[in-house]
Structures are given as C-alpha cells and as structure tokens.
Design a binder for this molecule. Structure first.
Ligand SMILES: Cc1cc2nc3c(=O)[nH]c(=O)nc-3n(C[C@H](O)[C@H](O)[C@H](O)COP(=O)(O)OP(=O)(O)OC[C@H]3O[C@@H](n4cnc5c(N)ncnc54)[C@H](O)[C@@H]3O)c2cc1C
Length: 421
C-alpha cells in the first residue's frame, strides 16, 4: 500500500488480528483476489477483515478511524463501478454476517445481516408465499448490504422500484464507532428532542439535517431528479416530510460512505400471481425508447433490454438459444405482465403486438415465452456474459488460484493471464 511502509502495514494487520474475533486476511493471494470485482478496476487492499459480528465492525471502524486508514465495505463484489475496492482495510460481510435474524410473515418484514445473499433470502421466504422484490441480475451473488448501499433495482423495477422503497430501517456503525438505528422519528415527539440534545455524532446529525434541508430548499426543489431510480449522490428528498425525519433513505445508495450497515429491516411482498413474458425484437436501437413508452402504458411488471453485443455472445456461446435470436437483431426487450389468468395477460400482449408491430412499426417481432425456466435462462445469460466480460483477474499462478477459489471456468471471456492488460 502506498501510504504506509511494509512494517507499518504488518503492525496494523497484527493489531487487527488481536482485536477481533473474525478473520484477518493479509496473504498475497487474498489481497489479489480482493483487488478486483466485477468492474474494470484493480486496487490491492492493505488487508481484508471478515467480521464475525457487530462488535468486530465497531472495533475495526474505531481502529481505522483513529489512524486515518480507509475502510471499504464489501458484499458480493458485483458492483460495476469498483466502489467495493480500495487501498485500506476491506470489510467482507459475506463470510460470517449473513444470517436472517428475525422474521414476521404477518407483518411482512425481515431483519437480516448485510452479508446475506439475495437468493438465500428468497429461498427462505418462498415457503411463506413471500419474497423480496428487488432483483438485480446478480441475485445469486449480491448481498443485501451491497444492494442497500447501491440502491439496487432489477428488471422488475417498473413494478417494485428500487431498494429505497423496501428498506424500512437500518442499524449503522458511524465513523466514530457509534451504532445508530434509523427509521421514522416524529418531528413533534419527545424522541427528536432527546436525539437533538445528545452530545453524540447521532445528535449532531439530527441537529444538522433539518437546518441543511431548510438552507438549501430552493436548489433541492429545482434539482430534484425525476427518475424512477436515482442512485447518484445522496437522497436528500426522502429524508423529511411534514411529520417525520428518517435517515434510512440517506444511507440507502450511500455506497458505504456515510456508515457501515450491520443490520437491515426489509419490507416483503406476497409472491406474484400468474405472469407471462414476451420477447420483442428490434432492428434499430433508436426505436426501443419510443416502444418502451408504449409498453409502460400497459403497466408491465418487467422490462429488460438485451443489446446486440450481448445477443451476439449468447448466440455464439449457447447454440440452443439460437431459435430465439435470429441474425440482425439490434436489441431485444423482455416484457412481463401479471394478471388473474393467462387470457388476461395474452390480451395485453395482443394489444402490444398491434401497437408496436402493425400501427407504429417500432419492432419487427414479438414472441410470448410461456416457460418460466426459459425466461430465467435468458436473464441468466445476461448475467453470465456480463460477468465474463467484466471479470479480469491476476496473472500466472495467482490468476489460476483465483479462478480455483471462485470456481470459475477459464474461458476466452474470463481473462486469466497477461491478456487482461
Ligand atoms: C452482470 C451484472 C449485472 C448486474 N445487474 C444489476 C441489476 O440488474 N440491477 C442493479 O441494481 N445492479 C446490477 N448490477 C450491479 C450489482 O450486482 C448490484 O448493485 C448488487 O446489488 C451489488 O451487491 P454486492 O453485494 O455485490 O455489493 P458490492 O459490490 O460488494 O458493494 C457495493 C457497494 O456496497 C457497499 N457495501 C457493501 N456492504 C456494505 C455494508 N454492510 N455497509 C455499507 N456499505 C456496504 C460497498 O462498499 C460498495 O460501495 C449488476 C452487476 C453485474 C456485474
């Protein structure tokens, strides 16, 4: 690491090993593995901590804070922006802090630790006829902590929104090691007075935020983004309404820069009814936008695009998908509708076909896909190919070891070797 000598680095890692119950990884192979993720960036960390519990997190935060060492939280490492990489200490939550802690099927909520993988949560919820509706394509790898920090969404965003719409409350370790809960606090009650009066970092936050929002009310009004999902910057708009102040939306999407989450309370949804998906084919990418506007008028539950680059790779790598992917496609939209029965949904696809293919001539074909499994396979291709395009890991022996540890198949897309440079 650039900002400390080797001896100082070794001393830091020894201190951490003495301090915490979890593991501290500082061997070269671990540092190389954690130097990359699903982005094009590579930054070798000083070391990796796999905290066992909240106490470990608090200790590491205090230790790093006192010495000015950067701390980077990490879940599944599937971000495409490299925000889970850094030169300091990486806190990997996926190893130990991945439990479901409390569950209320009647009230439809669950308390989880941040390292829990999304697919594991939904596997647990399925028998209760419930699910967590935010579904990034990386669902088998991404963790709830990473999803919260990225304000993730997925193909069903048109129906279910993004993480910010489903995180009810958080437990956060602040930069000085203080642990705070988030959630709605009444602006008129005793609680807000006590919070503001406290001589803590939490108190300072509750004292400062209302003033900040007041001072910048004009630009906040004029600059408010009009998107369904906004993951850039901090969400200052959801923080306060006329009755409550809630820090939760501020932390959702903060990419680990405001605090480290150690627990999250998530709102759940009943499993959807009958759904059917279709594939809409375009020979011109520019027509996808106007077509999407028409599709949204029919309230779909999913809209997802595959562009030519990915389509060409799927055709090349998965010949069994060939019949769905004739040559000359510039883009393909997956669209899904939910309804009481199949005929109701088919009616929507008929309307869509009439509009997009015949009246407006925006698309050239529409195929309804009745088989859920096939739809999952298609979305899976997007993930596999997306990941294989992006994953680049070290060279020589280290690269081979990385591939072994990740269970990765070395293909012409997963670059293990000098070709990645
Ligand atoms: C092929 C591919 C497809 C993708 N598709 C989608 C998609 O459909 N929708 C979508 O939204 N994203 C998508 N992504 C991006 C990514 O998979 C998601 O954003 C995912 O939710 C990130 O989760 P993670 O556990 O991998 O987080 P990581 O990548 O490990 O971390 C993400 C951020 O969270 C922070 N963080 C992690 N844990 C904590 C914690 N406990 N406390 C505070 N901060 C924390 C990290 O510091 C980092 O800033 C895709 C990525 C790939 C490679």
């Amino acid at each position: 690491m650039a900002f400390k000598s080797q001896n100082e680095n070794d001393a830091i890692l020894k201190d951490l090993q003495r301090l915490i119950a979890g593991e501290v990884l500082c061997d070269e192979i671990s540092r190389v593995i954690y130097s990359s993720a699903a982005s094009i960036y590579r930054v070798k960390p000083l070391g990796i901590v796999q905290p066992k519990d909240k106490m470990d997190v608090i200790k590491v935060v205090k230790y790093a804070g006192q010495r000015g060492i950067p701390l980077i939280a990490r879940g599944g490492g599937t971000s495409r922006t490299g925000n889970e990489l850094g030169e300091g200490i990486l806190l990997d939550f996926s190893r130990h802090m991945n439990e479901i802690q409390e569950f209320d099927p009647n009230e439809k909520w669950v308390w989880v630790q941040p390292g829990l993988i999304l697919a594991s949560l939904n596997k647990f919820l399925g028998p209760h006829q419930l699910f967590f509706p935010i579904d990034p394509s990386t669902r088998d790898y991404c963790t709830i902590g990473g999803m919260i920090a990225n304000n993730s969404s997925g193909p069903h965003a048109v129906r279910y929104g993004a993480m910010r719409d489903h995180v009810l409350s958080l437990e956060v370790v602040l930069s000085n090691g203080e642990v705070i809960p988030t959630g709605p606090v009444s602006l008129r009650g005793k609680e807000i007075k006590e919070l503001k009066a406290a001589k803590t970092l939490e108190g300072e936050i509750y004292r400062t935020i209302p003033d900040l929002l007041k001072r910048y009310s004009k630009p906040l009004k004029s600059e408010r983004p009009f998107t369904v999902k906004n993951s850039s910057g901090y969400d200052l708009w959801g923080l306060k309404n006329s009755r409550f102040l809630d820090l939760t939306p501020l932390f959702v999407g903060s990419e680990g820069t405001l605090g480290i989450f150690t627990e999250a309370k998530l709102g759940l949804m009943p499993l959807p009814g009958r759904t059917l998906s279709g594939l809409i084919y375009f020979d011109d990418l520019d027509r996808v936008g106007p077509a999407t506007e028409k599709i949204l008028e029919l309230s779909p539950t999913m809209v997802e695009i595959l562009e030519r680059q990915i389509i060409d790779l799927v055709r090349k790598q998965k010949s069994e998908m060939g019949s769905y992917l004739p040559e000359g496609i510039e883009a393909l939209l997956f669209v899904e509708f939910e309804g009481v029965d199949e005929s109701e949904i088919r009616q929507k696809f008929n309307q869509l076909g009439e509009k997009l293919l015949r009246e407006e001539r925006l698309a050239f074909d529409l195929k309804i896909e009745r088989h859920e499994q096939r739809r999952i396979e298609f979305l899976g291709q997007r993930l596999d190919i997306g990941l294989s395009l992006l994953v680049e890991i070290g060279d020589g022996e280290v690269g081979a070891e990385c591939a072994k540890r990740f269970g990765a198949t070395v293909s012409d897309r997963l670059v293990v070797g000098d070709a990645s440079d």
